[in-house]
Design a protein around this ligand. Structure first.
Ligand code: ZN
Length: 243
């Protein structure tokens, strides 16, 4: 089964559309959360996502906060302003969709999905090998896919040495997974690795090949909608620089 793996769409419809166009045929879509937050198109993103066939999706911290299930004080200044806006504009049907999501899911016998980490799916950032190491104890499948950091990354568990190694994948270079691995496809709607192109991955459940991808999209049109909605300027600027 050819699976499109996306994370952190962050209400950026233009980036999400570009990913769907670029991904080719896929049989299932797995989404790692933060569908809303920051960007100007929360309802359009939820709608487009919910139309996808064989969709499996976990919620992120922004999704939970947008539903009012978390104090907005948990977010810093600009993120908080944008969150209050998301709460105001989120439709009842978007709310219903987000409300059905479970925090940790095994969509396949080899894969676990969580937004932050399997240990703390809503808040923990998988940013270094130390965090990854403890998290290998928190899921049973060979692979765990996470988002939340907005940085494409691969953590390999090396059994002989009981160590974890971190790789930053190159877009367009497929990787054959072996042993136990934690993977992050990067962010569709707000990449933070200084590459402003939307990030995603294709995972083949039979060959266990993970293909990291990047695709350009019309950043200016998203910035224009951010400014029209009076959302923080910082969230418009960061899109063109990828931070
Ligand atoms: Zn996020």
């Amino acid at each position: 089964m050819r699976v499109l793996v996306v994370s952190d769409i962050h209400a950026n419809y233009t980036a999400f559309e570009a990913v769907l166009d670029n991904a080719g045929d896929f049989e299932a879509l797995w989404c790692l959360g933060d569908i809303v937050g920051y960007g100007p198109d929360p309802n359009a993103c939820v709608e487009l996502l919910s139309e996808q066939k064989n969709l499996v999706c976990v919620p992120g911290n922004h999704d939970i906060a947008a539903m009012g299930q978390m104090p907005t004080e948990a977010f810093n200044g600009d993120a908080r302003l944008s969150m209050l806006w998301q709460q105001r504009v989120l439709s009842a049907s978007s709310m219903d969709f987000l409300n059905t999501l479970q925090q940790v899911i095994e969509p396949h016998e080899t894969v676990t999905l969580a937004h932050g980490s399997p240990r703390d799916p809503i808040w923990e950032y998988m940013i270094n090998t130390l965090t990854a190491r403890v998290n290998f104890l928190e899921f049973k499948t060979d692979f765990c896919f996470v988002g939340h950091t907005h940085v494409p990354s691969i953590f390999w568990y090396e059994e002989e040495t009981d160590r974890v190694l971190l790789d930053i994948p190159n877009a367009g270079e497929p990787i054959e997974l072996q042993g136990r691995v934690i993977l992050n496809p990067g962010s569709v709607g707000q990449p933070r690795d200084r590459d402003p192109r939307a990030a995603y991955a294709i995972f083949d459940t039979e060959t266990k090949i993970w293909e990291p991808h990047r695709v350009e999209y019309d950043i200016k049109s998203v910035q224009a909608r951010i400014r029209e909605a009076n959302l923080p300027e910082r969230h418009a600027l960061r899109l063109e620089e990828g931070w």
